[in-house]
Design a protein around this ligand. Structure first.
Ligand SMILES: *[C@@H]1O[C@H](CO)[C@@H](O)[C@H](O)[C@H]1NC(C)=O
Length: 379
């Protein structure tokens, strides 16, 4: 027979589990991702527990309900650096990592740097993990997350990553994916980062969905020395299918995103705002359909040098998307922004065939809905 106390325990567990489950499901290329699946939730209470749960070989649902502050935990590094972007107090400083200053900016003034070591390399996330925050309480400070070496089936939802050496380029990335598959990054807010907010490195990261996130580029220091962070998103994988949907990408000044390598990107219903430089940088190997996005106060929605392909859904050719997406594209809307003129080749559309494709809504409603829905504490 069941004791009354056991019934209470069961009821409490059910209530708890319901409160911390993954919200919704990935749309687009990473559709089907399950992360830690139905594993019993764990609630790390210390940095060491968090690192252990993220990196071990068990399928896990890891619930974050506090701030994990890594700043200072690995000490301070001092060394040389350079000032390629100017000597003003609002300019970022580059760490001379692996001789970067001599190799790439030999004429830049040099300086000394002192930065937090913990920020440089993110916490390793192994396969089959769900990482979810409760409300707005799940925060990782001073260190990012790193998904590499073939890790697969990972969900990161409703957490914040912040304060990773924002003064210093090469001071660390918020989320690194480099050699992976089935990754879903959803309702995450990143802010105050040294290098990239989200980087899909040169390895094959296969199927990735990046949805409903807030990329907040507001910073005291930037490579454009104007409070707008330059290094927002960098997608250069060797075999990457990336769905970028419903994100709020604001107060940046470049690489929002940069796309190259061999990346097929579907950028849909994002809201780009207050960008003092460029949004899309399209390098060789980047193949992009950008539809249903809203741009407001974005100086250059696309950088002048385009070496890859980007279809920007001009109103006269919306039906061209049917061969790729199974439906017509939605037009983009631009206010107080530069032109968003892409390339005309649609030869790469065939690469979308047979893949999971995210839906699109009219761009006219995107700014309001994205501001309301993207980032932490909204699910
Ligand atoms: C973002 O940038 C805009 C203009 O570029 C500025 O008006 C706004 O204050 C910035 N937001 C923050 C939070 O700094």
């Amino acid at each position: 027979m069941m004791h009354t106390s056991s019934i209470f325990v069961v009821a409490a567990l059910v209530a708890h589990a319901a409160a911390v489950g993954v919200s919704g499901a990935a749309e687009g290329f990473a559709k089907g991702v399950t992360g830690g699946g139905s594993a019993t939730a764990v609630y790390p209470k210390s940095n060491a527990e968090l690192v252990s749960y993220l990196g071990d070989s068990s399928a896990r649902v890891i619930v974050l309900q506090q701030t994990f502050d890594f700043t200072g935990t690995e000490g301070t590094a001092s060394g040389s650096g350079c000032l390629p972007w100017g000597t003003g107090s609002s300019c970022q400083v580059a760490i001379n990592q692996n001789g970067w200053c001599q190799n790439y900016e030999p004429s830049a003034p040099t300086t000394t740097v002192s930065y937090d070591k913990a920020g440089v390399l993110g916490i390793t996330v192994a396969s089959k993990k769900t990482i979810i925050g409760v409300g707005t309480s799940g925060v990782i400070k001073g260190k990012g997350l790193r998904i590499v070496s073939g890790a697969s089936n990972i969900i990161i939802q409703n957490i914040q990553i912040t304060n990773i050496n924002p003064h210093y380029v090469w001071g660390g990335d918020a989320i690194t994916v480099d050699g992976a598959d089935l990754i879903w990054i959803d309702h995450v807010k990143t802010s105050q980062i040294g290098r990239q907010h989200i980087v899909l490195g040169n390895g094959a990261s296969n199927r990735v969905t990046i949805s409903n996130n807030e990329i907040d580029g507001t910073s005291t220091w930037s490579a454009t020395c104007d409070g707008h962070h330059y290094w927002a998103m960098y997608f250069t994988g060797s075999n990457d299918l990336v769905t970028l949907k419903g994100n709020y990408i604001h107060n940046t000044s470049g690489r929002s995103p940069k796309v190259a390598g061999n990346t097929l990107l579907h950028a849909v219903n994002n809201y780009f705002s207050a960008n003092s430089g460029h949004a899309f940088e399209v390098d060789a190997g980047g193949n992009i359909i950008a539809e249903g996005n809203a741009f407001n106060n974005v100086k250059a929605p696309i950088d002048t040098s385009v070496k890859g392909q980007i279809f920007t859904a001009p109103s006269s050719s919306l039906s061209a998307c049917t061969s790729a997406l199974g439906r017509a594209c939605q037009a983009n809307v631009l206010t107080s922004s530069g032109a968003f003129t892409g390339t005309s080749s649609t030869g790469f559309f065939t690469n979308f065939k047979g893949k999971n494709i995210a839906s699109a809504s009219a761009a006219s409603g995107v700014a309001a809905s994205v501001v309301k829905n993207a980032g932490v504490g909204k699910i």
